[in-house]
Design a protein. Structure first.
Length: 237
């Protein structure tokens, strides 16, 4: 009889713990999604406007208000940027706005890269990385980031495909790359644009960042010609 009571208490405890886990998973699910993320685009040096397209979707059953904050992590001197959200395309000087999304609706979340030296042809090459932080005003703990990158071609060779994967993320001491055959070098940027670390490609594709303070960084990938072709956010605990 006592064994049955102990077993019943154990089962109740297990069911209670599973219930809490399910609640936490529901609470952790974001009300919106951004795709693609990261968004990478390639332009010609003689083109003024090259957009890195993105889309944001409300995946909840309630209307949400989202605020975006733009940080220009890295830009060559000839490049400026501007954000188009579901409401409007804003001037380059606008770094933060809010918009609403109805349930199961979507809209653009695109970053335009403008080349001030596109004329006269062939224009001047450039590159850039933009970080958007998104916050659900209805639930401020529901935040998300999106990374946008831009590069111009400087020759006849195409840039590598932007499919490099990084894990673990978040991390504490190191990270490893997959599908990184075309990566020749990397830079880790703080969100204020400071270069915190540089790496040359290694055979085991594993890199130490234990010396960096905890925080969020942007990791850029360059090919053998030194051209930026992808960037991802990395979270250091």
């Amino acid at each position: 009889m006592r064994d049955n009571s102990v077993m019943k208490n154990l089962l109740l405890t297990l069911f209670f713990a599973l219930g809490l886990l399910q609640i936490q998973n529901v609470q952790a699910q974001s009300a919106y999604d951004v795709h693609p993320n990261p968004s990478d685009t390639i332009g010609a040096a003689d083109v003024y406007d090259t957009p890195a397209h993105g889309e944001i979707k409300n995946v909840s059953n309630s209307t949400i208000t989202v605020r975006w904050n733009r940080t220009e992590v890295y830009l060559t001197s000839n490049i400026t940027t501007a954000v188009c959200d579901p409401v409007a395309c804003w001037f380059p000087g606008i770094s933060s706005k809010t918009f609403q999304l109805m349930p199961d609706s979507f809209g653009q979340l695109t970053v335009h890269f403008y080349n001030s030296q596109f004329d006269p042809p062939p224009g001047q090459a450039g590159s850039g990385i933009v970080h958007l932080k998104l916050t659900n005003i209805n639930n401020p703990s529901d935040t998300m980031t999106a990374i946008y990158t831009f590069s111009t071609l400087t020759g006849t060779n195409d840039l590598p495909a932007s499919n490099v994967k990084l894990f673990p993320n978040p991390t504490t001491d190191f990270f490893t790359l997959e599908k990184a055959e075309e990566v020749s070098s990397m830079r880790i940027f703080a969100l204020d644009g400071r270069i915190m670390a540089r790496f040359e490609a290694s055979a085991d594709n594993t890199y130490s960042i234990g010396h960096l303070p905890a925080g969020n960084y942007v990791l850029s990938f360059e090919d053998k010609n030194g051209q930026l072709f992808q960037a991802v956010e990395i979270h250091k605990r």
